[in-house]
Ligand binder design. Sequence first.
Ligand SMILES: NC(=O)C1=CN([C@@H]2O[C@H](COP(=O)(O)OP(=O)(O)OC[C@H]3O[C@@H](n4cnc5c(N)ncnc54)[C@H](OP(=O)(O)O)[C@@H]3O)[C@@H](O)[C@H]2O)C=CC1
Ligand SMILES: CC(C)(CO)C(=O)C(=O)O
Length: 307
Amino acid sequence: MTAMADIAVVGPGAIGSVAALAAQQAGRHNVTLCARRDPGALRVVDDVSGEVTELTMPVLTSPDGVTGPVEWVLLAVKAHQTDGAAGYLNALCTPATTVVALQNGVEHVARVAPHANDARVLPAIVWISAEPTGPSEVTVRNNISSLLQVPAGPEGEEFARLLEGAPAVEVELVSDFTTAAWRKLTTNAIAGIMAATGRRAAVYQREDVRELALGLARETLAVARAEGAALAEEEAEALVGIFERMDPEIGSSILFDRLAGRELEWDARNGVVRRLGRRHGIGTPVSDVLVPVLAAASGVEVGGGEE
Ligand SMILES: NC(=O)C1=CN([C@@H]2O[C@H](COP(=O)(O)OP(=O)(O)OC[C@H]3O[C@@H](n4cnc5c(N)ncnc54)[C@H](OP(=O)(O)O)[C@@H]3O)[C@@H](O)[C@H]2O)C=CC1
Ligand SMILES: CC(C)(CO)C(=O)C(=O)O
C-alpha cells in the first residue's frame, strides 16, 4: 500500500469515474477530477448490487485551475481526445509523474508520451463495462469484471499499491503485455460491429454477424501475431464467444458515442488493424469495409484523417 498521493483523473467520463471511485475508495489520496465542462455531482452505480457511490473530490474545468504537478495522472479521455487533453497533461506532468493511460488500443505510449513532459506512461488494458446512464451517472456492468491490466514491473507494482484497498477495480500485472493488449483490442475490433449497426450485444446472436465477427477476429489476430502477440487463430472463437454470451443489453463505449452522435474512437480500435495489416502485408478484408463505415459515421471526410 502506498502513502498518500496526489492523483488527477483527466476525463471523468465512464472509465474516468470508475478510476476516480477507486482512488476515492483507497481512502488516503488527494484526488482531483480534470474535466472540460462541469460534470455535476457524479455518481457511480453498480448494477449488480445496486450500490450508488457519490464522487466527492474537487473538479477542475480548465488546465488553468491546476496548481502544480501531481504524482499520478489517470488519463481516461478517448484516444482521439488525447491531443485535446494536452493542456492538462502539460500542467500536471513532470518526469516524476506517472500517467496511467486507461484507454483502448495498442498505441497508448506513442499517443500519450508526446504530451507528458517526460513523465512515465503506463499503458493500461481496461476490462470494465461502464455506461453513462444519466448526465452525471455512470453504471458499471459487473458481468464484465472490473479489471485493469498493466505491464509487470516496478511502475505496474506501484500502480497496484496506489489502488490497494479499492473494491471498484482489481489491478493485474501481466508479463506479456503485447499479447494481453492485442487480445483486448480484438474484442474492441469486434465491438466495432455494434457501432456500425447501432445495436447492443444482441446483434451477435445473428449467425451472419457471428461469421463477420469471426472474420474480423481472425484478421485482427493475424496482425497481432505480426506485432509479436502470442495469439493463435483459434482464439477467434473464444473472443467472439464473449459477445455471444454477453447480456444482450450490454453495449460498448464506441456504440454509446455512435448513439449520441459523437465522434468515434474508430482509428485506435479498428483503423489500427487495417493500418498495421497493410504495414505487414496482411489482408484485412472485413476491416477494409468496416473502417470506412466507422470513419464516415464519425463524420470524417475522405482524406480528413482516414488512412
Ligand atoms: N466505457 C467503457 O466501458 C470502456 C471504455 N474503455 C476505453 O476507455 C477510454 C475512455 O472511455 P470512456 O470512459 O467510455 O469515454 P467517455 O466518453 O465516457 O469519457 C471521456 C471523458 O473525457 C472527457 N474529455 C474529453 N476531452 C477532454 C479534455 N480535453 N479534458 C478533460 N476531459 C476531457 C469527456 O468530456 P465530455 O463529457 O465533455 O465529452 C468525458 O467526460 C476509451 O479509450 C475507451 O475505449 C475501455 C473499456 C471499457
Ligand atoms: C465493451 C468492451 C469491453 C469491448 O469493446 C469495451 O472495451 C468498450 O466498451 O469499449
